[in-house]
Write a protein that binds this ligand. Structure first.
Ligand SMILES: [Zn+2]
Length: 282
């Protein structure tokens, strides 16, 4: 062993065990044929469609509430660095779900607002969704789908005005199994980890995201949960979030808007349209 190697060997041996955490896991967006501006355009066009096809709730208190929680998350470093502007709307829909479109528009179902046990769980789901936007998972998945027409569709969508119409021809949209909203297990792991960063910076305990997933999985036996079918469990979800929470700088959690109980009261009074009837077996 030469001197140099020996020196390194000794340094490694004598390095004290880290008192905490190595810091948050760094996660970067993957391969993408869309520009960030195209993420924004696609998200805006799709959001306009969502508003036509769903029942967006027009309640000033609920809107202010989800915006207050959402903006706190959006102030976190990784959200700020993304440059995306996030918006938050409530949809009258009993299924436990939320989704965010490329570039930032987020929709939160009343079913989710009713299901969360505390504000940190809601912030966890919103942080998870926001992370899909920051990491550009929707357009990353569309880019990886090896659609030979995609580059042409993207290059010409500026001329025809509607990116959505061009992409719909390729099957990229909001429909069943949409590439934009059905996430891979890798994307899920990343959104869990980044979501825990956003929560922690906002003052919410990331462990509440893990608790929320545990609660959802305990319920899946009774009819399935849409959130879990859009966001499949990458495996050991709770442990991964716990490990990541340990890597984060020590903080005091427990931030609350103080409006959670009132939110629960208001959302209990929102009329939700019945879910569409399943098609009769032929
Ligand atoms: Zn997800």
């Amino acid at each position: 062993m030469n001197q140099f190697r020996l020196a390194i060997f000794c340094v490694v041996l004598s390095a004290p065990a880290p008192a905490f955490a190595q810091g948050p896991t760094e996660i970067r967006p993957g391969f993408n044929l869309f520009s960030k501006e195209q993420d924004v355009q696609l998200g805006q066009e799709t959001a306009a469609q969502v508003r036509k096809q769903t029942h967006v709730v027009n309640d000033a208190f609920l809107n202010a509430y989800v915006n207050q929680v959402g903006q706190r998350l959006a102030n976190a470093q990784e959200a700020q660095e993304s440059g995306f502007k996030f918006t938050f709307e409530v949809v009258a829909d009993p299924s436990i779900n939320a989704f965010a479109l490329p570039g930032g528009p987020m929709f939160i179902n009343t079913g989710l607002l009713k299901a969360v046990d505390d504000e940190a769980q809601l912030a966890g789901v919103m942080g998870h969704e926001m992370s899909h936007v920051i990491l550009r998972h929707g357009t990353n998945q569309a880019s990886k789908a090896e659609l030979v027409e995609l580059p042409v569709a993207l290059a010409t969508s500026g001329d025809s005005g509607s990116m959505l119409a061009n992409l719909a021809k390729l099957g990229i949209g909001l429909g069943a199994n949409s590439l934009l909203l059905k996430f891979s297990r890798t994307a899920e792991s990343q959104a869990d980890l980044m979501g825990s960063h956003l929560m922690a910076e906002a003052g919410y305990n990331p462990m509440e995201l893990a608790r929320f997933f545990e609660m959802l999985e305990a319920k899946t036996g009774r009819g399935g949960i849409q959130f879990l079918s859009d966001h499949p469990n990458p495996g050991n979800r709770e442990h991964a979030i716990e490990d990541e929470a340990d890597r984060l700088p020590q903080r005091t959690y427990g931030y609350q808007t103080g409006q959670f109980a009132r939110m629960k009261q208001v959302v209990a009074g929102i009329h939700e349209p019945p879910p569409p009837k399943p098609k009769a077996q032929e």
